[in-house]
Write a protein that binds this ligand. Sequence first.
Ligand code: NDP
Length: 600
Amino acid sequence: MTTTQASEPMDLGALRERYRFERERRVRPDGAGQYQSAEAEFGYYAADPYVDGTAGREPLRDTVDVAVVGGGFGGILAGARMRQQGVARVRIVEKGGDFGGTWYWNRYPGIHCDIESHVYLPMLDETGYVPEWKYAPGEEIRQHAMRIARKYDLYPDALFSTAVTSLTWDEASGTWLVATDRGDAFHATYVVTSTGTLSEPKLPGIPGIETFRGHTFHTSRWDYSYTGGTPEGGMTGLSGKRVGIVGTGATGVQAIPVLAEDAQHVYVFQRTPSSVDVRANRRTTAEDVGADHDGWARERRENFLRIVSGETAGQDLVADGWTASAGLLEKLLPSFSRDQAGAAFEAAYEAADAAKMNELRTRVEQSVTDPDTAEKLKPWYRYACKRPTFSDKYYAAFNRDNVSLVDTADTHGIERITEDGAVVGDDTYELDCLIFATGFSVGVSGILSGKLPVQGRGGAQLLHAWARQGPRTLHGFSSNGFPNLIHMGSLHNASSVNFTHVLDEQAVHAAALVAAAESGSALIEPSAEAEDAWMAVMAKDAADHEWFHAECTPGYYNREGLGRPNTASAYPHGAAAFHELLKRWREESIGEVLRPRAAR
Ligand code: NDP
């Protein structure tokens, strides 16, 4: 196959052909089966490197008002919004040793949020905190999570280093029995689940992985006791060390430039290159972001959400790579508002997509001095096929003498790991340290994975109830037969690249449900008819993007190239429109979800 020069104009036919070629050489028949769970297969990779959570404590047998499963931003926001509604006892149960979720676990070097901090960090209006950088480092985000938890007094009742193992509805007391892996069996009047979507690290099933004698870890459990340093760098433990890193997704793109500063040599094992757009991180002032009046953060967040969800917004306040390419996100987000369709629209979409991807391929050529390396770093797929990434340091790292790009596209990744290193084709790379930036299993945590069994009214198992027709909810939050159980996450709800915004709207809604149930001495439980009606809304205008993802390079968006399931999983008319729908429903119709409860 001849390589095509990205900087030259390219006809769409040739581009489609190139994309097909690149996809086909990457699709593996084993699809998602190529991975293994870090937790199940190699407990070592999933262990908490930050705290020793094994210290004994007395199991709890008490009763709280609200139990929240998960202490990431979703759980913290649920707790905070419950407090604002006057709920007294909120107990958050979290596997990690503190609050933060994603930001607790992920502390790899270079970690930043690639969504603007002023719209990503929740509750800025409420906490008075104004981030100083357009894109915040991970530690600042983690500290903010803890700030919210402190402000809303969520620490005293929290259980850390603890996983909920089952939820069982107790009809007699009208409460949930919450069991954990630390022997707790306490009751909660309401349960909120917020267990995250990308929370379980995964490892490639590379033959021989268990034989490697050097040091090894997953990026979401960065071992600073070995590397030295901090997320800012200074990893003196790596001087004189040959380090391999597998994976060039959003994590790899952020970690590799920092790793290159300290390791003797870095081998980057790439299978599919990311698209890497301009970052332009910079210090900002309160004036820059309009933080001079109450509600400034809410307005900015709302503005961003509208733009990246295809809704009308007027001025673009954030004005970054996400908003500039918002039109190309349509195929990525099931909530994206689309009032255009048909052949003419798709043709214009494809042309705009090609122009953007050409621009990004040209960026590689202009940034990487070795033409062969530059060629390998070019992304050959449509913009929405893989999560876009942003960095001004990534490509420059490949101009260093101590960084080598090892292209593993033709061998479907590293072929074999030995005691001493990694084998790709005829080459063996001897390594002292092998780091997996290989991402997370999708949809394996929480209720839908079956790892958190939920038994509702009359002993009904939630997953059995959903087995025939798939999950059924009202607005994604609650289900018939499972009173006072509120789901947060990406089920039948809004989707956005700014997930904390979606979570905060969900937290507000969850707290309003609890407040309404409390004031009416009622249970939160939709009727089967209300669920039917909501499922019909979800299905009616759901976009079918199956064909688009079928042509994409493999990844977790399309089940590793084998097809994208369940496109009807989010409200199809825009995330902001969904939030308005919820608000109106809370004002006018919340009573529909309440059922009288027997006297407690
Ligand atoms: P990803 O799943 O996005 O990337 C995993 C990487 O590992 C891919 O490059 C993949 O290649 C590669 N890989 C997997 N198996 C092999 C193998 N056998 N050999 C070689 N390479 C392999 O994980 P990330 O941790 O990068 O990101 C996960 C998600 O977390 C992101 O999509 C994003 O949603 C979020 N995130 C967000 C950030 C933010 O700033 N907001 C920052 C970091 C992550 P291939 O593509 O070929 O499968």
